[in-house]
Ligand binder design. Structure first.
Ligand SMILES: [Zn+2]
Length: 487
């Protein structure tokens, strides 16, 4: 898209972040355009199914556009389209192919005039407008589906002077075929969902325009690229911009639990500049739209700097030249910036991963100042929830430094039999060890005095996964918690 439109888009995003949607039916219109030398290939009924049918699938289409946005908006939006029959463009496809992209304005205006002429009773008042942004008369979502890639296809546009019979005008419109440019045998909904992301919700591009790096890869539809026929998810910054999730502010020494692909993300602002922040989402591969998510579940951590005016075109990761939207890649390989891949399992923060001032990547702000963000103790809970700690969390007790005594558990990975070394000051004390699973349910309690400075613990039932051992004395004084992984 042109620089002018990009600037317009950025100002639009700033205003959108003030908007909060709540379970809203949204109706737009879809125009179908074919050409004498490229006649209609998809039937109107099939396009209606692809856009509006709940539960619809076909090869390479895992869900309708409506279902996609329902999931992505966390059930905030029910987006449907009124569809009109094909409009035959005035010139041939071959003629348009030789023209400038601005020709789409003329084609779309003519198609809209044809819709008005052929549908005199159509209820234009039934369409949703951008009223949430104070644009009471501008239709929120207009899609133009062409039978081929004319100049301007695969774009979201913001200009026509056209006015509907009720006085509504176009806020913007998208233009795209429903078949892939590189795989024309299949319908794929990536392009239309990406363009709706721009035109209806104001999301920016997060791919690198010169193709020298991969932006936010398959972690956002705004940079993604039809991985395995899927349409990628939106990504935490844009869920937040649209008002579809709560952004919980991360505080020092506190723990947070995020439902996987639920209605909350966690955010940590630069206190010197709230345009820069880290934003954390919990994801799982089984959510519709997440088939490309490279692990079963985990945290995706974004570093956003809204001061950047060049979107994701600068991949050098320096203060002067960095992405606006970066995915922190836990493996430290920076494959997205290096153009190696669109994402891999090493990117995701899982149990055992940490993110702090001395990890690679680290939690510094772009100017090099330490942010203080210190993500640790990531725990997969039973109810599709991921918990993590920022700093030292007394409620988890996973870091024992809060206790005046230092315990050591070994081996930390074991088959259910392990030892806890007891610090000197407690060698004659009766201790209580409460063993819980990652959902917090205590399944075994052991009371014991140390023998030769240690206590041996053997689980009395078959168990695999992470366990937590809380240590107290018999009067209930808390000595913190240890953890182990049972294989
Ligand atoms: Zn785009």
């Amino acid at each position: 898209m042109s620089l002018m439109r990009r600037i317009f888009l950025l100002s639009l995003i700033a205003s959108l972040s003030l908007v909060s949607f709540s379970q809203t039916s949204v109706k737009g219109i879809t125009l179908l355009i074919d050409f004498e030398d490229l006649p209609a290939d998809l039937s109107v009924d099939r396009i209606n199914d692809l856009l509006n049918d709940e539960g619809y699938t076909e090869p390479a289409v895992p869900s309708s556009v409506r279902d996609y946005w329902k999931v992505q908006s966390r059930d905030s939006i029910d987006l449907t389209y009124d569809i009109f029959g094909y409009y035959r463009a005035a010139e041939t496809f071959a003629t348009y192919e030789t023209m400038d992209w601005t020709i789409v304005n003329d084609i779309v205006t003519a198609a809209l005039d044809s819709v008005v002429a052929n549908n005199p009773d159509y209820d234009w008042d039934g369409l949703t407008t951008h009223s949430a942004m104070g644009l009471e008369n501008e239709i929120l979502s207009v899609n133009v589906i062409t039978t081929g890639w004319i100049p301007g296809s695969g774009g979201a546009h913001w200009s026509t002077d056209w006015t509907a019979p009720n006085g509504y005008s176009l806020y913007g419109f998208t233009v795209q075929p429903l078949t892939s440019m590189w795989d024309p045998d299949f319908v794929r909904l990536f392009t239309i969902c990406h363009e709706i992301g721009h035109a209806a919700w104001g999301f920016p591009d997060t791919y690198d325009y010169d193709g020298s790096s991969f932006g936010t890869g398959f972690y956002s539809v705004m940079s993604g690229n039809q991985v395995a026929g899927e349409v990628e998810p939106i990504g935490a910054p844009f869920f937040r911009d649209a008002g579809w999730v709560d952004a919980i502010e991360i505080m020092p020494n506190s723990s947070y639990s995020l439902k996987q692909d639920g209605k909350s993300v966690a955010i940590y602002f630069n206190p010197a500049d709230d345009k820069e922040y880290f934003i954390i989402e919990a994801c799982m591969s089984s959510t519709p739209g997440n088939a490309a998510f490279p692990v079963e579940r985990g945290l995706v951590i974004w570093h956003v700097d809204e001061n950047v005016t060049t979107l994701n075109t600068l991949e050098n990761m320096t203060f002067e030249e960095h992405y606006e939207y970066s995915i922190e890649q836990a493996d430290g390989n920076f494959d997205l910036e290096n153009g190696v891949n669109q994402g891999d399992a090493g990117d995701i923060y899982v149990e055992g991963s940490e993110f702090n001032s001395s990890t690679i990547p680290n939690t510094n702000w772009w100017n090099g100042d330490e942010s203080g963000l210190d993500i640790n103790s990531i725990t997969f809970l039973a109810d599709n929830t991921i918990r993590f700690c920022n700093g030292e969390c007394s409620d988890l007790g996973l870091k024992t430094t809060l206790s005046k005594f230092q315990f050591t558990l070994y081996p930390t990975e074991n088959n259910g039999q392990f030892f806890i070394e007891i610090p000197d000051g407690l060698n004659d004390e009766e201790l209580v060890f409460s063993i819980s699973n990652s959902a917090g349910q205590i399944f075994q309690t052991i009371q014991s005095k140390p023998v030769k400075g240690q206590v041996e613990i053997a689980l009395n039932e078959d168990y695999t996964g992470m366990i937590f051992i809380s240590i107290k004395n018999i009067t209930g004084e808390n000595y913190g918690m240890q953890k182990a992984v049972i294989r």
